[in-house]
Design a protein around this ligand. Structure first.
Ligand SMILES: Cc1cc2nc3c(=O)[nH]c(=O)nc-3n(C[C@H](O)[C@H](O)[C@H](O)COP(=O)(O)OP(=O)(O)OC[C@H]3O[C@@H](n4cnc5c(N)ncnc54)[C@H](O)[C@@H]3O)c2cc1C
Length: 434
């Protein structure tokens, strides 16, 4: 039985065709669940191949249950970074405090997972690549909706018709722009810009993060491997009252902006800026959130960062993407009518999204103070944390209880999926935990 009391068997459901734009986290996760429900799924990704790289990301709370039901929890546990220490530094490189990661991030030690973003994307892709059509190096050019479906013209010139289109194309989603208008209408800028890239591990760091701060600036070196690991993730974050719109479209301007902001900084920062100049994997963006009154229009719907990016300051982007993909697929599996499905998706996941986006006001944002006074307060808090017991998980991460997936054939099994731990359907559907 589904949470709505409806008994679903995919063998009696007409095969609906879904096009997903974006093959990062939310796209392949949604493709997996839709395929399991009997949908014919196509994923179009503008990059020529699956995109690697990115800073390590967290999978937490409810999202852990999603990956467990997909049967990939053991793989993610193997890929878990197992960070040992976070060390905070003053402007001159002297130590403020050295802490366990869970004391800083408020995660549940031994339960949360932290993996390279590229590892998560690759594991998700491997789950679906044989069952789902992938169109790499292409993108949606235009689409027209009618009562029958969505007529899509691709950049490559190909034309096809789908029953539904999903924008899983990230914070700067072209699908959202096409459907709802300019990003500026939905973007809540949080006052920071950041640059991420890899560089040589010259300090010989091992499973640790070093974070250097001055008011309004932060530099971090993140070693996901042991001493023998040649590379570290470098992160330069800075306060900027207005978003640098021109730099967002111009990598050279991004490099110049970051170099200007960090000129004269201490510790390892000059070497980091030099490494950024040569980095081939520079990822530059603003810290911002996407907040929308609705996530769908007609036959087109948004998922993940495209609909509700929470920003890296919450550490919840990938978890929201995984949970949103599950809830959307479940709603489509349970409802033959896409309008009802999209309404159910919004109803059931919106409060969870809001709780997690709200973490930005209390969570990691406080790790990047913009004034000397706020920085000193932050440092005092960090020194106190050294002697405090480990924090427990923040409730927002786990604030959604997942229903049993509506699209399973009766009696079908997924490796690693244990139905017994799933809460009873019906009233338990999307019940917020406080
Ligand atoms: C290469 C990369 C590095 C990242 N690094 C970090 C990081 O260091 N820290 C962090 O917090 N978050 C990072 N992110 C974002 C993070 O993955 C997301 O916040 C989160 O996982 C939600 O995922 P998503 O799948 O909804 O969106 P995203 O991960 O943003 O994925 C969107 C996908 O859509 C594709 N796309 C964009 N436009 C089109 C188009 N027109 N047609 C087809 N496809 C399109 C993109 O290439 C991308 O693969 C990164 C994303 C990428 C793609």
């Amino acid at each position: 039985m589904t949470p709505t009391g409806l008994s679903m068997d995919v063998s009696t459901t007409a095969k609906r065709k879904v096009l997903i734009s974006g093959a990062s986290i939310s796209g392949p996760a949604l493709a997996y669940w839709l395929h399991r429900s009997g949908f014919a799924v196509t994923v179009v990704e503008k990059a020529g191949a699956l995109r690697e790289g990115g800073y390590p990301i967290d999978v937490r709370g409810t999202a852990i249950e999603v990956v467990r039901r997909m049967g990939i929890l053991p793989q993610l546990q193997d890929a878990h970074i197992d960070l040992r220490r976070c060390t905070f530094l003053n402007a001159d490189g002297s130590e403020v405090a050295s802490l366990t990661p869970s004391a800083v991030a408020g995660g549940a030690e031994g339960h949360d997972i932290e993996v390279r973003r590229g590892d998560l994307a690759a594991i998700l892709y491997a789950m679906v690549r044989d069952d789902v059509e992938f169109l790499f190096g292409d993108s949606i050019d235009t689409f027209d909706q009618s009562v029958q479906g969505v007529d899509v013209t691709f950049r490559s010139g190909q034309r096809r018709t789908f029953d539904l289109v999903v924008g899983a194309d990230g914070m700067h989603s072209p699908t959202r722009e096409y459907l709802f208008g300019p990003e500026a209408r939905f973007h809540r800028y949080l006052g920071y810009c950041f640059a991420i890239f890899t560089m040589p591990n010259t300090l010989g760091l091992s499973r640790e993060v070093m974070v250097w701060n001055t008011p309004g600036k932060a530099a971090a070196l993140y070693a996901v491997g042991g001493h023998d690991n040649d590379e570290v993730h470098a992160f330069l974050n800075f306060h900027q009252p207005e978003p640098p719109l021109d730099a967002l479209r111009n990598p050279d301007a991004q490099r110049d902006l970051v170099a200007t902001i960090f000129a004269g900084a201490g510790w390892e920062v000059p070497g980091m800026v030099n490494a950024m100049r040569d980095a081939e994997d520079l990822f530059f963006d603003t810290a911002g959130q996407i907040r929308m009154p609705h996530w769908s229009s007609g036959r087109v719907v948004l998922v993940g960062d495209a609909a509700y990016a929470p920003s890296f300051l919450t550490g919840q982007g990938s978890s929201l993407a995984l949970v949103g993909a599950y809830v959307l697929a479940n709603a489509l599996a349970a409802n033959g009518d896409h309008t009802a499905a999209f309404a159910a998706y919004e109803r059931d996941v919106r409060e969870f999204v809001a709780m997690n986006q709200a973490l930005v006001d209390s969570g990691a944002a406080t790790l990047f103070p913009t004034t000397a006074r706020a920085l000193e307060q932050r440092n005092t808090t960090l020194r106190e944390l050294v002697t405090m017991p480990p924090a427990t998980a923040r409730p927002a991460h786990s604030a959604l209880e997942l229903p049993e997936f509506a699209g399973y054939r009766r009696g079908s099994r997924v490796p690693g999926y244990d139905k017994r731990s799933v809460p009873p359907s019906g009233a338990a559907w999307a019940r917020p935990v406080r």
